[in-house]
Design a protein around this ligand. Sequence first.
Ligand SMILES: [Zn+2]
Length: 49
Amino acid sequence: MGVKKVALACTVCGSRNYYVAENKNRTERLELNKFCKHCGQYAQHKETR
Ligand SMILES: [Zn+2]
């Protein structure tokens, strides 16, 4: 059984910095405030496919 993963992309520069296992039962898109090494600061990251 494979775990489906989604990328979290920085909303500032668009870099895909994080990968997380997809949560089957969620209804909203994942949005997390994480550190972006490309921007050199914390930025909002959104789920991509
Ligand atoms: Zn960035």
